[in-house]
Design a protein around this ligand. Structure first.
Ligand code: NOJ
Ligand code: CA
Length: 535
């Protein structure tokens, strides 16, 4: 009997290394810190970890500005520490995904330094997007960086280079053979070191076309790309369909060639997941066609309001679109780029929604700290380090709130995270969230996640479809109940602010509210809650 590949429906735990656990007292998490906490991760019941970048980097964009993709930044440890981490993870039956950042390098990468010292038109400059200024000295086009400000920075000889993100992150030219070859080398480097796959940063951005063409509404586009910017859905949609630098057809050729590399590792079952924010949503499925990548992130739930009609629509759409290419969806409620779900929609809704999506077909990505119900950190502006805060002149608060280090133990901040001063402050109000406190409390969110993952593993079969029982489209509960059945488990979520009567037989095996209230004959489902019933 052949078993299914490990990554189908895997639950993957995202670790932001700088914020996980510090072993040397410098206030920043490190690789030995992750290794020392892998048993905790294993006991959660996840299948794999995804590590945000830990490569050599000046850290202008949280390590997504890579100066040497085949080495470890001293702030995180050494290559030997990376090996030890992978080795220990495998001993604990955890797979390891590394983050690969192919859209850009850091300006400190030796190639970019060489490009700066080389002449316009040189082979060194051809690895990036260097162009002459317009006659009036303005940049080659009017694109705005995703972190605010122009997408172009001028060098002393007058040429400009393109950077979709910070000026310290020059975009690579994927038409250049050196670039392709170097990334293949990097993929093999980490695979040979033992990683089981990759999360691909800005997977939709690598190929650029019509670089010299202006966009008709660069400011509108920049606003539309900001998730926190209020805009009429139709207007946003139209602008997002016109992004000139994302989702060009050429990216798929790159992933087909990467797939050959992954497959060459045979029964290691190497997998990759694309970070691809693309429009319309059907385009995301192209990244998971049979000869490309294995998974593509679905970001709908990072912004979805806690409303039945909206949730039903985005969840159902993702299942159906993925099915059209024979792939399974992915679900994520939080990551290092967006507000934590507990802060965005509230404690109870975030717990209910987590249980709801953990029972859906597909992979779940859990951002470290989500299992503790952590909110965003409370930061002062002078704590903030995100380049989007700096480049927008403080207009955009940035992503630091979600990156505050984890609270592990003890009664006072920084709750065991570090013996020194944490790189972002942990609020004293986080005491109830510590791992130590939650481990002691059978009713804690941490223990709820552990139970959910264990029931999921035992009862939900990979590839098993769902059948909607209640949806705003054909439901009877005034659009406040969403329910589906998957094998022997029925999942019911009440999104309304009042309790709701339900009529379902079976035993409640999991509830997002205190299990004291769980009993076999439940008829009233509390406001903003979710239960799993076993039939
Ligand atoms: C997406 C990453 O998740 C984010 O943190 C980073 O700033 C950008 N890509 C640029 O690499
Ligand atoms: Ca450290």
């Amino acid at each position: 009997m052949t078993s299914l590949p490990w990554w189908k429906e895997a639950v993957i735990y995202q670790i932001y290394p700088r914020s996980f656990f510090d072993t040397n007292g410098d206030g920043e998490g490190d690789l030995p810190g992750i290794t020392s906490k892998l048993e905790y991760v294993q006991q959660l019941g996840v299948d794999a970890i995804w590590l945000s970048p830990f490569y050599t980097s000046p850290n202008k964009d949280g390590g997504y500005d890579v100066a040497d993709p085949r080495d470890v930044d001293p702030r995180f440890g050494s290559l030997n520490d990376a090996k030890a981490l992978i080795h220990r993870a495998h001993e604990l039956n955890l797979k390891v995904l590394a983050d690969i950042v192919p859209n850009h390098f850091s300006d400190q990468h030796k190639w970019f330094q060489a490009a700066l010292h080389a002449a316009p038109g040189s082979a060194e400059r051809a690895r990036f997007h260097f162009y002459d200024a317009h006659l009036d000295g303005t940049p080659p086009n009017n694109w705005i960086s995703l972190f605010g400000g122009p997408s172009w920075t001028q060098v002393p000889d007058g040429q400009y280079y393109l950077h979709l993100f910070d000026s310290s992150q020059p975009d690579l030219n994927w038409d250049n053979a050196d670039v392709k070859e170097d990334f293949e080398k990097t993929l093999r480097f980490w695979l040979d070191l033992g990683v089981d796959g990759f999360r691909i940063d800005v997977a939709h951005g690598l190929v650029k076309e019509d670089i010299l063409k202006n966009h008709h509404d660069p400011q509108g586009l920049s606003n539309a790309l900001r998730l926190d910017y209020p805009m009429e859905p139709d207007e946003r949609n139209e602008l997002l369909l016109s992004v000139p630098y994302f989702d060009r057809q050429g990216v798929h050729e790159i992933y087909r060639s990467w797939r050959n590399i992954f497959d060459s590792y045979g029964d290691r079952e190497i997998m990759a997941v694309a970070e691809a924010w693309v429009h319309p949503p059907i385009n995301a499925t192209k990244y998971v066609r049979a000869d490309e990548l294995h998974q593509v992130f679905n970001f709908d739930l990072l912004t979805a309001p806690f409303e039945a009609a909206h949730l039903f629509e985005v969840i159902n759409r993702s299942i159906e679109l993925n099915a059209s290419v024979n792939a399974l969806p992915t679900w994520a409620l939080s990551n290092h780029d967006s507000p934590r779900v507990a802060s965005r929609i509230g404690d109870q809704p975030s717990c209910a929604l987590a249980l709801f999506v953990l029972a859906l077909p597909g992979s779940n990505y859990i951002f470290a700290g989500q299992e503790l119900g952590l909110p965003d950190g409370e930061l002062q502006d002078n704590d903030r380090q995100d380049p989007s805060f700096v480049r927008s002149g403080g207009l955009v608060k940035g992503r630091d709130g979600a990156r505050v280090p984890l609270p592990w133990s003890g009664d006072s901040t920084p709750f065991g995270f570090t013996a020194g001063t944490p790189w972002l402050p942990l609020s004293q109000s986080w005491q109830p969230y510590t791992v130590e406190n939650q481990e002691k409390d059978a009713e804690s969110i941490l223990n709820l996640f552990r139970r959910a993952l264990s029931i999921r593993r035992e009862n939900l079969l990979v590839g098993q479809n769902i059948q909607w029982l209640e949806s705003p489209l054909h439901g009877t509960k005034g659009g406040s109940i969403l329910a589906f059945k998957r094998g022997s488990i029925t999942v019911v979520m009440n999104v309304s602010d009042s309790e709701n009567v339900i009529e379902l037989a079976g035993n409640v095996v999991l509830a997002s509210f205190s299990s004291m209230q769980v009993n076999t004959a439940i008829k009233l489902l509390p406001a903003r809650s979710c239960i799993w019933i076993s039939n």
